[in-house]
Ligand binder design. Structure first.
Ligand SMILES: [Zn+2]
Length: 102
């Protein structure tokens, strides 16, 4: 193989590689774009992407489900406490108002 042939071969290989690389990067960019624009949400527990069509806020993982239920329960308890607290404040005021009106 002559020197000129070697150089020519090297040049074509590099060109081919460059083309491949550019195709690959284009594909990668496309893939990234696809992820960016694909509608999805994240599991509130482990943050893994889940499809938007999934009605629940969590993925199918058992641990996530248990944690979410715990949180839900404590949130419910907190809101009940809030209502009870407001009630405790309001009831005496209401009684006083009724007493003042009669
Ligand atoms: Zn999860």
């Amino acid at each position: 193989m002559s020197r000129a042939e070697k150089i020519a071969k090297m040049a074509t290989t590099t060109a081919g590689q460059a083309k491949q690389n550019s195709v690959a990067s284009k594909k990668r960019k496309k893939a990234r774009k696809g992820v960016l624009f694909e509608a999805h949400k994240h599991c509130v527990e482990c943050s893994i992407p889940i499809p938007l069509s999934n009605d629940s806020m969590i993925c199918d993982d058992e641990n996530c489900r248990i944690n979410q239920e715990k949180k839900e329960k404590s949130r419910k308890r907190l809101s009940i406490l809030l209502y009870v607290g407001v009630g405790i404040f309001i009831i005496p005021i209401a009684i006083q108002l009724i007493g003042a009106l009669t």
